[in-house]
Design a protein around this ligand. Sequence first.
Ligand code: SF4
Length: 204
Amino acid sequence: MSEIQMALDALNRKGFNAVYAANAEQAKNIVLSLIGENESVGVGGSVTLDQIGLLDALADSGRAVYSTKLAARRGGDKDEMRRLGMTADVYLSSTNALTLEGDLINIDGTGNRVAGMIYGPKKVIIVAGRNKLTKNPHTAIARIKKQACPPNAQRLGLSTPCAAQGVCADCDSPQRMCNVVVRIQWPPHGKEYHVVLVDGDFGY
Ligand code: SF4
């Protein structure tokens, strides 16, 4: 059985609604079909969502979209976007890692992204490329520290050792991005929880 199928089976066994997408276009269309025309959308910081064209597609659809990335691009206050995202109908994010046991593992600096994945919006949609798959929570943390944090810190222009040297030094930098570590094992109560697993490499 492929790792993608193993992860999908584990997620669905636990009550997530997990589906396969063959490519970025299919993933985008699946996500758009899951969001009502009048539903507002909070968005966690994500390279994946941008790469598959979801941010612009959502914004152009006329839905209210609360995204710091869109705010930077189209105007708007980032803190206000984070706050409004917590009260949206839908929360859309990627995940730093997805285990073959069906766990979502994330490390966050500000905390709004992982908060939106757990509480607030009643519907959560996660989009993840196959490159986010990893065996278990331990390998997930190692993966995030090695493959996600350094390029993310560089992308965000942070003054951290991982940005400068490309490896984690478990720093005490004021701009440290590893402040909150969250393992979502099962869907939180009262949520409709979707995971779209894309057969391609997206994000870090
Ligand atoms: S602890 Fe510091 S150096 Fe390590 S990944 Fe996080 S921000 Fe980078």
